[in-house]
Write a new protein. Structure first.
Ligand code: SF4
Length: 266
């Protein structure tokens, strides 16, 4: 893994994603190396030619920039993060997300943390300081099956580790949510995921499959789920039908869910 220490020009970016005002991305690149990751577009903007997942740029000056930006920008809600995972392994050493969380809490911003790594529990001391209604912590999950997790998200925590982290956060009265993204047809079992998590989350979110990396998605399916190859070929060539099927699946799921379910379709 190539780790580069870099300096950035700003850290809070305006966004309409998931209903938040800003996103903050402490890293460029992500060693979780998810096969479907659409953040690969960042390579274009950052001059990286190496394979996605093989490098991480650490924004070393992000905390010092944030201290200035929170004074100038309107107080609002922040998604940590949108195009990288804030608790990927590099965070263990660099603690940039930890510092950002601390600054945001001290300045009254609301934060939604979204991760696939149980390292977020390290920062429980800061998470517990947020005022009621100003924090939620979400885990992205696409399958309860460990084989699927290793295939699609080789660098992330296992499903059981994510579940344990959610349980711990819930037991500490920290609002939590579950984000299924992307919904992998024939692989993601929404009912199973809901069954395992609905008692410890406030919201269940489902996102459609972004086909930006359709070649990698098809390659992963061909190698690991040969029976699904034809189905995925149809899906990537006709995403509208995929989205319709997702809406239908969610309609059925809502009938039995004890938590609200939101659907995100890009
Ligand atoms: S955790 Fe998110 S940002 Fe990281 S590789 Fe996976 S999809 Fe991409």
């Amino acid at each position: 893994m190539e780790i580069n220490r870099i300096r950035c020009k700003s850290i809070l970016s305006k966004t309409g994603l998931y209903g938040v005002d800003y996103s903050a991305n402490p890293y460029i690149g992500c060693s979780h190396s998810c096969a479907y990751c659409y953040a690969v577009f960042m390579k274009k903007f950052t001059g990286h030619e190496d394979e996605w997942g093989s490098f991480v740029d650490v924004k070393m000056n992000a905390p010092e920039l944030l201290k200035e930006e929170v004074k100038k920008k309107k107080c609002g809600s922040v998604l940590l993060s949108s195009v990288t995972d804030p608790y990927q392994p590099a965070e263990k050493d660099y603690k940039i997300s930890r510092e950002l969380l601390d600054i945001l809490e001290k300045n009254g911003f609301s934060v939604s943390v979204l991760t696939k790594n149980s390292l977020v529990l390290r920062d429980l001391d800061i998470l517990k300081k947020f005022d009621h209604g100003k924090l939620s912590v979400g885990f992205t999950v696409n399958s309860v099956d460990e084989r699927d997790t290793r295939i699609w998200e080789p660098g992330a925590s296992s499903f059981e580790e994510r579940l344990e982290a959610l349980e711990k956060l819930h037991s500490e009265n920290i609002p939590t949510y579950l984000h299924v993204g992307p919904w992998l047809e024939g692989i993601t079992n929404l009912k199973q995921i809901l069954d395992r998590t609905e008692d410890i989350i406030q919201e269940f979110q489902v996102e459609n499959m972004n086909t930006t990396r359709k070649d990698e998605i098809l390659d992963t399916v061909r190698k690991n789920y040969p029976d699904l190859e034809q189905r995925y070929r149809k899906t990537v060539s006709d995403p509208k039908k995929h989205n319709q099927r997702l809406k239908k699946e969610v309609e059925d799921l809502r009938k039995r869910s004890r938590v609200p379910i939101k659907v995100y379709i890009d």
